[in-house]
Design a protein around this ligand. Structure first.
Ligand SMILES: O=C(O)CCC(=O)C(=O)O
Ligand SMILES: [Fe+2]
Length: 238
């Protein structure tokens, strides 16, 4: 850790300078056999572990984050290993990630632009499995007067800032403005076009202009939830 600006040094070589602060992108963070293993673990999880949302399915591991505190559950061993491996790079200021969200997207599925909110330490780390995708970033909706609204409406298109190409086996780390200011989302499309707006292109295998067909993608969103409840009694349960 850099004592002066609290930046995790080991990630520094992977900083994406073409994006606002701060994005780290590590291609091939895991091997192909680790990827197979993780996919197997995700798909071997008991069926009730899945929650179906419109446009994606998810598994929640580590407990449900809540404003009063997360009632923490032990992460399974197959996730602990990666929570530790990522945390050792320093993105959670010395803490170890205790929460993992698994998202599954079929081609044509995505997630609306959103902020991850205040329950998490302001860092999100993501391992991608199975397919690449573009992750898109947007300026937040600004308060505006009526005149501005009429002449330059804030559409998703004109709030669009840039994209990151997330390849299978890569690790993405988002902090600072890229976490707290800009919104992120995945468009519900079957293929992505690589434009000059892809800020991490020089760390990727893809070429400008490429059309990348999506297959099913699993993402592991690995975070640290600082506010944890020690017992159920605090939630008023027996
Ligand atoms: O699948 C991804 O990479 C993004 C997921 C995400 O933004 C979230 O779960 O909050
Ligand atoms: Fe998110």
């Amino acid at each position: 850790m850099d004592a002066q600006n609290q930046r995790p040094c080991e990630l520094e070589p992977y900083c994406v300078d073409q994006a606002p602060a701060t994005v780290y992108y590590i291609p091939n963070f895991i091997t192909a056999s680790e990827e197979d293993y993780l996919l197997q673990q995700v798909y071997n999880s008991p069926k009730p572990k899945w929650t179906q949302l419109s446009g994606r399915r998810l598994q929640n591991w580590g407990g449900l984050p809540h404003s009063r505190g997360m009632l923490a559950e032990k992460l399974p061993d197959w996730l602990v290993k990666y929570a530790q491996k990522i945390s050792a790079l320093g993105p959670f200021a010395g803490q170890v990630a205790n929460h993992v969200l698994v998202n599954e997207y079929n081609p044509g599925e995505g997630i609306m632009p959103h902020e991850d909110g205040p329950l998490y330490f302001p860092t999100v780390t993501t391992i991608s499995l199975g397919s690449q995708t573009l992750l898109d970033f947007y300026h937040p909706i600004e308060r505006e007067d009526e005149e501005v609204k009429v002449y330059s409406p804030q559409t998703e298109e004109n709030r669009y800032l840039l994209s990151l190409l997330l390849e299978p086996r890569s690790l993405l780390v988002l902090q600072d403005d890229m976490y707290v200011k800009y919104l992120h989302g995945i468009r519900p499309v079957r293929e992505d076009i690589v434009t000059e707006k892809v800020a991490n292109l020089k760390s990727c295998n893809a070429k400008l202009g490429a059309v990348l067909k999506r297959t099913t993608r699993i993402s592991l969103t690995i975070r640290f939830v600082p506010k944890v409840l020690k017992t159920k009694i605090l939630l008023g349960r027996k």
